[in-house]
Write a protein that binds this ligand. Structure first.
Ligand code: ADP
Ligand code: MG
Length: 696
């Protein structure tokens, strides 16, 4: 029977009980599925270490030697065995906290011990090593690389540990070696120098050597990435054929009047380039799906506005969706000011819009009088309908989920053009997978005259120095943000932190006025405080992350982030972007406790080292992995990568995408005989997973 048909229950060493557990914990049904449970690491069992060669706690080691003495401490459940082991030269301590009474050691006999060193009292020891008499050791098991598998707590409790997995998978090998049908055609494998599937699966589990392992990994990664791309691109092509995009070829009065008479400053070259790119999309006849990435302060709002004017010149309405009310208000203010005295009509819709205002607004949207609607989530609601919505602009898109974005699509019979803007750059690999067919524009230039923000990392012990510095800045007429993290699980504590912070600032800066905003405030109250700060009536704004996105107060030159260790990289970057908006030198001060984890220290170091959003996004991806990346939790990585990594396999992803594109260029619906392998594999994937082609 083919491995893809064989139920795991009947594999050697499995049986009904284990099968049930494997199905539940690893979602595997067949022998073939099990072969796609890949080891997470390999240990070189051919190498023996000397004790003085141990240099970290990451690498497993095996050592040949003798136990010289041992003692048991405690009794019963608390019995602990500790034994000193020597390789003839040095001595290392081994410890059993559990099962010590079953360990029988002999003096003057050679053993092999195997385990992971831990750091203890300035030296290494090994807790719960595997031990084996040298004379009993089977040389076969000491050849080459030994695979290790991740198993869940439940599996371990049922003795289905890594070793058991290894045995079960080894049991499939004889059948696998007979050969299984490949999922990639020979021509493609030859073209990209890929190992065949049978050998890849053999070598991923029991590598012949490091080179075979590398080839096997590469092939399996390619396969994974290729099929994701094939699926995404196939959907995209189908959609392009299905929906024509609104055609907006005209550059008319609104745009020209704005461009020639009203622009408050010359556009940066990057802004010009991006507007051209968007304009090309708008007149192409294809529906635009474009991601606009531009660091905080790079001037995305202006680009958005000018695109909306293009839409108007072609008879279409635009809506601009912002993630918070504060931001929507601010956009409204900016845009209204810029359009003062023109015939372009802009309206605002947020949670605070009254019922009466809403009614009027709905009418003016349906009659087509309103050209641009700015708002929050409120504008997604079904009741908000347009006469002719042609362009949807989503600001700070990482704040919105896929479902929300999808809803905007249905606001016209044909989907409108979509422009999503973000200051949290999405690494290209992620954009290509999560957002599939999104084209990307980048504003990689800040308006002239900006000084790069200086970022400093201090521990809370240096508070006095920092206060002195803040006073100095305030005396120069600058304003200061002090931001506290929000911990969703503990809203009460957040508020306490914030209120203490507020009191602290009032006490230590008696000559200053201090504003405070947080998510629990009524919008009106919040707005009043924000406005007071924006107008310069208060010098210090103590806030939670409600100010994270978009807020624009050019005179604020210092951002103090309290408990910076609690923030992710992209959030810190967003916060930092609140300053550095005027001509003055700006500062971002990251305050943390003294003791920091390795990852936190790295985050702080990256923040201090660079202002480049792309570098920060890449680092974030490396540190946290794509699943945890801001924006992907909400938009949801729609699939799980088993072997490829979006942080390290970018190049392979590009190749796989290109390969998939070439297949589809020739045969968009995969109907040709030679492409049946692909069609078959796609339908297998569809049976198991969600459709990730439709999400952008
Ligand atoms: P973001 O990309 O973060 O949304 P904004 O659109 O809020 O940035 O712009 C930041 C600031 O830069 C605003 O005060 C805006 O008026 C200003 N700005 C935008 N474009 C230019 C430009 N070409 N020259 C000078 N200032 C600009
Ligand atoms: Mg913005």
């Amino acid at each position: 029977m083919e491995l893809s048909q064989r139920d795991i229950t009947y594999l050697p060493g499995v049986g009904p009980k284990r099968a049930e557990m494997l199905k539940k914990e690893l979602k595997v049904q067949t022998a073939l599925d099990l072969l796609y449970v890949f080891p997470y690491k390999y240990i070189d069992r051919s190498r023996f270490y000397k004790i003085n060669e141990i240099e970290d706690t990451e690498t497993y080691v095996q050592i040949i030697g003798e136990f010289i003495d041992w003692q048991t401490i405690g009794a019963g459940k608390n019995l602990r065995l500790s034994a000193r082991f020597t390789d003839g030269k040095d001595v290392i301590e081994t410890v059993w906290f559990k099962g010590g009474k079953y360990v029988k050691l002999e003096r003057g006999v050679k053993y092999i011990i195997f385990g992971k060193p831990s750091h203890f009292n300035h030296t290494y020891n090994i807790v719960h090593p595997e031990i084996e008499l040298l004379k009993n050791a089977n040389p076969e098991t000491r050849k080459g690389l030994e695979p290790h598998y991740n198993t869940s707590g439940e599996m371990k409790a049922g003795w289905l540990n890594s070793k058991a997995m290894r045995k079960i998978i080894a049991g499939i090998m004889p059948d696998l070696k007979q050969g299984i049908p490949d999922t990639l055609p020979l021509s493609l494998r030859e073209h990209y120098h890929l190992m065949d599937l049978t050998n890849s699966l053999i070598n991923i589990h029991f590598p012949k050597d490091n080179i075979s392992l590398k080839k096997a990994r590469e092939r399996l990664k390619f396969e994974e990435l290729f099929y994701i791309q094939l699926q995404i691109l196939k959907q995209t092509k189908r959609r392009e054929l299905q929906f024509a995009g609104f055609r907006m070829p005209r550059v008319g009065e609104s745009f020209n009047d704005f461009y020639f008479n009203r622009l408050p400053f010359p556009l940066t070259n990057a802004q010009k380039r991006v507007i051209k790119e968007i304009q090309t999309d708008l007149k192409s006849g294809k529906q635009m799906n474009r991601l606009l990435q531009g660091d905080v302060g790079s001037g995305k709002t202006l680009v958005a506005l000018m695109c909306a004017l293009l839409a108007k010149d072609n008879g279409y309405q635009t809506c601009i969706m912002a993630p918070t009310e504060i931001l929507a208000n601010q956009h409204m203010e900016t845009v209204s000011k810029l359009l003062e005295g023109t015939k372009v009509r802009v309206e605002l819709l947020t949670g605070s819009t009254t019922k009466r205002q809403r009614e009027e607004l709905h009418a003016s949207l349906l009659s087509g009088e309103t050209d641009i609607l700015i708002g929050t989530h409120a504008l997604i609601e079904d009741i908000v309908q347009f006469a002719n919505l042609g362009l949807v602009i989503v600001d700070e898109q990482h704040r919105f989920g896929v479902a929300q974005r999808a809803k905007l699509w249905t606001k016209n019979i044909n989907p409108p053009h979509v422009l999503v803007m973000t200051a949290t750059p999405i690494p290209r690999t992620l954009a290509m997978t999560v957002y599939g067919d999104l084209s990307v524009s980048v504003i990689d230039e800040l308006p002239p005259g900006r000084k790069p923000i200086q970022t400093l990392h201090y521990t809370q012990l240096r508070r006095d120095n920092i206060n002195r510095f803040l006073r100095e800045q305030i005396s120069k007429g600058r304003q200061i943000y002090v931001v506290y993290p929000l911990i969703e699980e503990n809203k009460k504590m957040d508020l306490t932190d914030l209120e203490n912070g507020y009191r602290y600032m009032c006490e230590h800066f008696p000559d200053c006025r201090v504003s405070m905003v947080h998510g629990k405030m009524k919008p009106k109250e919040k707005d009043a405080h924000m406005q007071a700060f924006a107008r310069g009536e208060t010098q210090i704004l103590v806030a939670t992350t409600v100010i994270e996105v978009g807020v624009n107060v050019p005179n604020a030159s210092v951002m103090v982030v309290e408990n910076a260790e609690r923030f992710g990289l992209s959030q810190l970057h967003q916060l930092r972007g609140r300053v550095g908006r005027g001509a003055e030198q700006s500062y971002c001060i990251l305050l943390t406790r003294v003791e920091l984890s390795k990852d936190t220290r790295k985050r702080m170091d990256i923040m201090v080292a660079t202002n480049d959003g792309f570098r920060i996004a890449e680092a974030d991806l490396q540190l946290r992995g794509p699943g945890d990346l801001e924006g992907t939790q909400q938009s949801g990585l729609p699939f799980e990568l088993k072997i490829a990594s979006l942080s390290t396999d970018g190049q392979l992803l590009e190749i796989a995408r290109q390969a998939a594109g070439e297949v589809l260029d020739e045969d968009p619906e995969l109907t040709l005989d030679k492409n049946q392998i692909y069609a078959h594999q796609l339908s297998r994937m569809k049976q198991r997973a969600v459709d990730w082609g439709l999400i952008s």
